[in-house]
Design a protein around this ligand. Structure first.
Ligand SMILES: [Mn+2]
Length: 339
């Protein structure tokens, strides 16, 4: 038995490649999509006239930007006239139905691992939802074609697999592990670490500093108010950062986004069920809920009636957590943390 499955339709794929064709590989750029596009471009190189990668979205996450920088990924930005300059279109890590810009385009090739939503019209289509990453699929193609990935490509593919499987903590299959191990023969471990470690932008540090300096203890948890934010996602970054502190069991990180107060909750899932907590503190004033370990609450700034938002939230967070009706025996008793 060989290391990877054989790809029976590989000859029909190879027949699609002609020296005359210009290929455009479209992606909704994330690590898995970018790595898959790089691998497909590697397969196309020297088989077609030209192969170019274009993305339909803006990349802002620091780790994704680090991947682009260290793996030296060249991508065009999608523009409506771009597909017309190419004779063949390919789509990886996505399906035509996933994006308005993809929907109307005639793809020759689609390789993806998301569940099949609607039938895909393409001369060559390989969709395998059982795979944790499209990077795994492309690694199989490289292997079957006898292509040894270079250091940058192998590292990118490893990061694609690592991201989509959340470092093998989320949905993955045996073949994802095998692909990762196979790639480690060619990849640069230090580069992979450098990419994965890029967790913050410098402009976020002020907010992190504010959160760290002004935290309030509430039982086994911490509450931090960071003031106005231009994107509520930053509150998630701050909350996830604080959860890396050993002593912190759960956090509530609040900020004001426009006219809305947003509170992001994270918990170890043992000390406090933040889903229930978020629902309780927002009851009657806004919306809130989530899971045991992650939750969110939102309400209009007008609810505070001009009072200081930081203190308004602090008071609500200090109201003892009620027991849920029909709560399971493991649920904490009213007003007490299982600490
Ligand atoms: Mn993916």
């Amino acid at each position: 038995m060989s290391y990877f499955r054989a790809i029976p339709r590989l000859p029909s794929l190879m027949r699609l490649f002609s020296r005359e064709d210009r290929w455009l590989i479209l992606i909704n750029a994330d690590p898995d999509a970018m790595a898959s596009a790089l691998a497909l471009r590697r397969i196309l190189s020297r088989r077609v006239h030209e192969a170019v990668i274009a993305k339909v979205n803006a990349v802002t996450r620091p780790d994704n930007l680090a991947m682009i920088r260290y793996a030296r990924i060249h991508m065009e930005d999608f523009s409506p006239d771009l597909p017309g300059r190419f004779s063949r279109l390919a789509l990886v890590d996505s399906q035509p139905g996933h994006h308005a810009l993809f929907r109307k385009l005639p793809f020759t090739l689609v390789i993806d691992h998301h569940p099949l939503e609607s039938p895909v019209e393409a001369e060559y289509c390989d969709i395998r939802p059982e795979y944790g990453a499209t990077s795994t699929l492309l690694t199989e193609y490289l292997y079957n074609l006898g292509v040894r990935p270079g250091k940058l490509l192998a590292t990118a593919l490893q990061f694609g697999i690592k991201t989509d499987t959340a470092s093998f903590e989320r949905h993955f299959s045996d073949v994802d592990l095998r692909a990762f191990r196979h790639l480690s023969r060619y990849a640069d471990q230090a580069m992979l670490l450098r990419i994965a470690r890029s967790a913050f932008h410098r402009r976020w540090l002020g907010l992190l500093a504010r959160a760290c300096a002004g935290m309030y203890s509430i039982k086994s948890g911490q509450y931090a108010f960071v003031g106005e934010v231009d994107n509520p996602d930053i509150l998630v970054v701050v909350a996830d950062f604080l959860m890396q502190v050993y002593e912190i069991r759960w956090v509530a990180v609040a900020g004001v986004y426009g006219e809305t107060v947003v509170i992001i909750f994270r918990s170890d899932g043992v000390s406090r069920d933040v889903g229930r907590f978020a629902a309780q503190i927002s009851a009657g004033i806004g919306s809130g809920g989530g899971h045991k370990v992650m939750a969110r609450a939102e309400f209009s700034l007008s609810v505070t009636e001009g009072a200081d938002a930081e203190m308004f939230i602090w008071r609500r967070l200090n109201v003892p957590l009620k027991a849920a009706r029909g709560a399971s025996p493991q649920s904490p008793p009213p007003g007490q943390d299982v600490a």
